[in-house]
Design a protein around this ligand. Structure first.
Ligand code: GDP
Ligand code: IMO
Ligand code: MG
Length: 439
């Protein structure tokens, strides 16, 4: 009954909206990777919430939220997010649990990232400048600082010594104004005084809760094609956003994942650099960006926009073992005469139907399109599948046929209410099971 919600494109698929929609059926929502590079938007009536580090389930009173060991946590960003939510009437209180094994993002991680991007010049990745990559680098190099380490408040203990070493490496790498390790140590002590109540063994908590019959929603950040292993490397983020990252990023076994729902827009977007085969430049790209309000929820950067790439989504189905898809933002396609759908790539005289492993190959691919008829009556705000225009239904059927998985949710607007739950589909059945379990 535990459900994983995973981005099936390059991020920003609408995971926040879907997680928020499904949260009333669970007791716990858990993030397993990434950090505050994520921006998950939830609109409820006139109110808008943007979650970066906290699981989107936090908006629902009584729901426990877990930040797993696979997440990298910037304490200052966390406090800022908690304070913003408080001004919007959401109290985190004791509903948060942060894994004691989660790695910490420190100010020098952000500085190192900005420097690395500047050095890459034309080859830059277009990162979010949140310090995500360098924090994961420290983790893999086994010099990272973890949440539990912050509990050492002595003047000359292991934390002080780790900070001193890392800061001195930072000072050698960056030059200029040196970071004062003592000031950073004091800053982290003050942070720990606030963090202490939330830090604990997330794996143990989740396991006990699941054994007691509680349902968990696993909330992915980023998307399959930004995964460090399976994405368009090196134009990716630094974590495993695909389903494998869930087990390692929370300390739970694969059998705790009941089903995997992939989220994909009815078209495609990407922020930052890297190949995007169906990208539309010029007027069509601008139209998708403006109708879809495609500006980053974290950085405000304009998102690059293009047609639905069924090769990429079919790849996400394979990598994550997706059971079903949620198609979001179909309303953004309202009013178009024709809608191209990419079903293959032309490369070196051949047509590829599988997603290439290499970003350079992908960059040299020309999309092969099928052109489907558009629709003139709007899908925006439609709440029943049968009320969708027949051409929109045909478009969705074609997506199912090409990706090989059923569509279980269709989102027709940013509000919670603007959603179609496909009768008898995965999510419809899942909700019924959760309701039975909670009785
Ligand atoms: P996430 O990172 O996957 O959670 O997605 P973002 O929040 O970054 O971006 C998705 C954007 O699309 C947000 O502004 C949502 O409010 C909005 N959105 C989600 N679903 C729909 C939909 O079906 N239609 C429209 N028009 N907007 C949507
Ligand atoms: P959500 O969870 C879209 C992109 C950045 C950049 C690359 C690496 O909202 O879907 P990083 O700072 O992570 O090292 O940047 O990944 N990126 C995202 N794009 N949505 C996200 O998260 C993203 N998180 C990172 O733009 O191209
Ligand atoms: Mg986002």
């Amino acid at each position: 009954m535990n459900l994983a919600v995973i981005g099936a494109q390059w991020g920003d698929e609408g995971k926040g909206k879907i997680v928020d929609l499904l949260t009333p059926h669970v007791s716990i929502v858990a993030r397993y990777q990434g950090g505050h590079n994520a921006g998950h938007t939830v609109n409820v009536g006139d109110a808008q919430f943007i979650l970066h580090l906290l699981p989107s389930g936090i908006l629902h009173p009584g729901v426990r939220c877990v930040i797993g060991n696979g997440v990298v946590v910037d304490p200052d960003a966390l406090f800022a997010e908690i304070e913003t939510l408080a001004t919007q009437g959401i109290e985190v209180g004791d509903r948060l649990l942060i894994s004691d094994k989660a790695h910490v993002i420190l100010p020098y991680h952000r500085e190192l990232e900005v420097l690395a991007e500047a050095r890459r010049g034309d080859q830059r990745i277009g990162t979010t400048s949140r310090g995500i990559g360098p924090s994961y680098e420290d983790k893999v190099a086994r010099r990272g600082i973890r949440m539990a380490d912050l509990g050492d408040t002595s003047d000359d203990g292991p934390l002080a010594s780790a900070i001193r070493q890392n800061v001195s490496a930072r000072n050698r790498a960056i030059g200029g104004t040196e970071t004062d390790w003592r000031a950073l140590h004091r800053h982290l002590r003050a942070a720990w005084a606030r963090l202490d109540r939330w830090v604990g063994d997330a794996s143990l908590f989740l396991t006990r809760a699941m054994e007691a019959g509680q349902c968990v929603l696993f909330e992915g950040a980023q998307g399959t094609l930004l995964d460090i292993d399976h994405g368009t490397y090196p134009f990716v983020s630094s974590s495993n956003s695909t389903v494998g990252g869930l087990c390692t990023g929370l300390g739970v076994g694969p059998r705790s994942i009941g089903a995997v729902l992939g989220i994909a827009k009815a078209y495609t977007t990407r922020v930052g650099e890297g190949p995007l085969p169906t990208e539309q430049h010029g007027a069509m790209g601008d139209q998708l960006r403006e109708s879809g309000r495609e500006y980053g929820a974290s950085t405000g950067r304009p998102r690059r926009c293009g047609w639905y790439d069924a090769v990429a989504v079919r790849y996400a189905v394979r990598i994550n073992g997706l059971d079903a898809l949620a198609v979001t933002k179909i309303d953004v396609l309202d009013g178009l005469d024709e809608i191209p759908l990419c079903t293959g790539y032309r490369h070196a005289g051949e047509v590829l139907t599988e997603f290439p492993s290499n970003a350079a190959t992908l960059a040299a691919c020309e999309p092969v399109y099928e052109v489907l008829p558009g629709w003139s009556s709007p899908t925006a705000g439609v709440r029943r599948y049968e009320d969708l225009p027949p051409q929109a239904q045909a478009y969705l059927k074609r997506i199912e046929a090409v990706t090989g998985v059923p569509i279980s949710i269709v989102s027709t607007g940013s509000d919670r209410a603007d959603t179609i739950l496909v009768a008898g589909g995965l999510i419809d059945r899942w909700q019924a099971e959760c309701a039975l379990a909670s009785k």
